[in-house]
Design a protein around this ligand. Sequence first.
Ligand SMILES: [Zn+2]
Length: 70
Amino acid sequence: MSRDLTATADVEVRRIQPYQATKAYLCPGCNRDIPAGTGHIVAVPHSAPDLRRHWHHGCWAKRATRAPRD
Ligand SMILES: [Zn+2]
């Protein structure tokens, strides 16, 4: 099927609205909590939906555009 332009190769990226964030998550980008009630990003691998990860917006953006030199 069609692929969202915001998604990387095999990952579906979903936006979680503040009202949808009913619990805290650990962001793998910065290893800090995403408090409940905070809008964020969830990345769901197509091949392994159970391995979805929750990211801060800023951390996801940095991950997606991270320069090799960094
Ligand atoms: Zn983060």
